[in-house]
Ligand binder design. Structure first.
Ligand SMILES: Nc1ncnc2c1ncn2[C@@H]1O[C@H](COP(=O)(O)OP(=O)(O)O)[C@@H](O)[C@H]1O
Ligand SMILES: CC(=O)N[C@@H](CCC(=O)OP(=O)(O)O)C(=O)O
Length: 317
């Protein structure tokens, strides 16, 4: 006997069978829901992972899901490619030194306009399609991020790269107030200066890591456009799935380009007390949920040295 009603819809038995796997999936998430309940998770959304509309919508769904599941997500966003496009449009040259954008005062105006006026607005809009949740701010607001001029050493020489900031202080007050009010803060990586009244451009990975440490976050999650940290980039696509801060420290001098601020950020965050820092593939839809709520974590996870015993193979947590 087929189990369908007169209209051809599945009957009670069939419905039970199709519903059961869904219940199973929800129940599988229970240990993670319990573990992460009430915890702060800082999510860095990179400009390169932000190029596709469907991915951006899935990102917003995931963040809202975390919030409704009892976590406290804080979003820090980048926008490198979007800044490049606008600088190009305005005929301004864009150059990177030591992995950081050489930022003239004119370029700083563009960086601020694109990050705070375009990228942040879009993310806030996408999140708020799900309710009155997201509030955007930049590091300038309420002294959230204070910086001083950063002068990197390149081949042993101090090089002037303009309005690029080195973070000197974080004030978490505004973010904590938003979290206590059930909101999702969305933060642009721009800092105010305490010494010269200018605003400074801060790499978004560095800003996310500093905020994660200052907030005492449980997890820093960095979404980018690769699967994770490759062991031998660009020769092989073997991803390092787990490493300790000690192992990462040894690896840092060998890393290049965009991975440097990311992995330095992960190191800083975990050394600063963040439980785990993860680099995950933002091109995979719902990568945040997969990482937080399943056994099959994706990407690279950085853990404190005292968790070295689990570093080989052990279940991800
Ligand atoms: N060891 C490595 N593993 C993975 N990616 C690497 C590595 N070294 C350099 N990269 C580069 O870093 C890029 C990610 O950094 P970036 O372009 O700044 O991304 P985002 O905009 O997400 O911050 C990758 O697309 C890759 O080209
Ligand atoms: C100083 C510096 O380099 N700032 C970055 C800020 C944006 C950013 O970091 O964006 P992604 O995360 O997409 O790379 C820049 O101007 O591109």
């Amino acid at each position: 006997m087929t189990d369908h009603d007169k209209a051809g819809r599945p009957g009670t038995t069939a419905r039970k069978h199709t519903a059961l796997p869904k219940a199973q999936i929800l129940i599988e998430a229970l240990p993670w829901l319990t573990r992460h309940n009430g915890k702060v998770v800082v999510i860095k959304f990179g400009g390169n992972a932000m190029v596709d509309d469907d991915l951006k919508a899935a990102f917003a769904q995931d963040v809202v899901f975390l919030r409704h599941a009892g976590l406290k997500p804080v979003v820090v966003h980048g926008g490198g490619p979007q800044i490049n496009a606008q600088l190009d449009k305005q005929g301004l040259v864009s150059e990177f030194k030591a992995g950081l954008r050489v930022t003239t005062p004119e370029a700083m105006d563009v960086v601020r306009m694109v990050l705070a006026g375009q990228v942040q607005r879009e993310l806030v809009g996408l999140l708020n399609q799900h309710g009155p949740l997201a509030v955007g701010l930049t590091g300038e607001d309420a002294h959230t991020i204070t910086a001083t001029k950063h002068t990197p050493q390149i081949d042993g020489e101090a090089v002037d790269i303009g309005r690029v900031g080195e973070i000197t202080a974080i004030d978490t007050g505004a973010i904590e107030a938003l979290l206590a009010d059930g909101r999702i803060p969305v933060i642009s990586s721009i800092a105010r200066s305490a010494d010269d009244g200018h605003v400074y451009n801060v790499n978004a990975d560095t800003a996310a890591a500093a905020l994660a440490a200052a907030l005492g976050a449980e997890t820093l999650m960095v979404l980018t456009d690769v699967e994770g940290l490759y062991a031998d980039w660009p020769n092989s696509d073997e991803v390092i799935s787990r490493l300790t801060v000690g192992e990462l420290e040894k690896l840092l001098p060998e890393l290049s380009s965009g991975m440097v601020p990311k992995m330095e950020g992960c190191l800083h965050a975990v050394r600063g007390g963040v439980g785990t820092a993860r680099v995950i593939d933002g091109r995979v839809p719902h990568s945040i949920l997969l990482e937080i709520f399943t056994d099959e974590g994706i990407g690279t996870m950085v853990v404190p040295d005292d968790r070295a015993a689990h570093a080989q193979g052990g279940q991800r947590q």
